[in-house]
Write a protein that binds this ligand. Structure first.
Ligand SMILES: NC(=O)c1ccc[n+]([C@@H]2O[C@H](COP(=O)([O-])OP(=O)(O)OC[C@H]3O[C@@H](n4cnc5c(N)ncnc54)[C@H](O)[C@@H]3O)[C@@H](O)[C@H]2O)c1
Length: 56
């Protein structure tokens, strides 16, 4: 059984705005599982999430 209180899917989370949204949720709600679904187009950049990439 999942130990997370909620599961939240964020789309486009490797982009400019989305990466800030993902970071905000990961840091503000550690009890939630944040799932980032991104097509990784030219606008997506995983380096935007470098500081939180090890988080579950
Ligand atoms: N100041 C800056 O440095 C800067 C940098 C980038 C963008 N911007 C501005 O920010 C605004 C847009 O930012 P944003 O973050 O909304 O968009 P974005 O274009 O930066 O990112 C969109 C994200 O969605 C992803 N994506 C695209 N299609 C998808 C799909 N079908 N399924 C899943 N993921 C998908 C892309 O891979 C990308 O990661 C614009 O006004 C732009 O000019 C500013």
């Amino acid at each position: 059984m999942s130990t997370f209180k909620r599961n939240i899917v964020i789309t486009g989370g490797a982009g400019f705005i989305g990466s800030h949204v993902v970071r905000l949720f990961v840091n503000k709600y550690p009890e939630y599982r944040i799932i980032n679904l991104d097509k990784l187009t030219y606008a997506g950049n995983l380096a935007n999430l470098k500081d939180i990439e090890q988080r579950p």
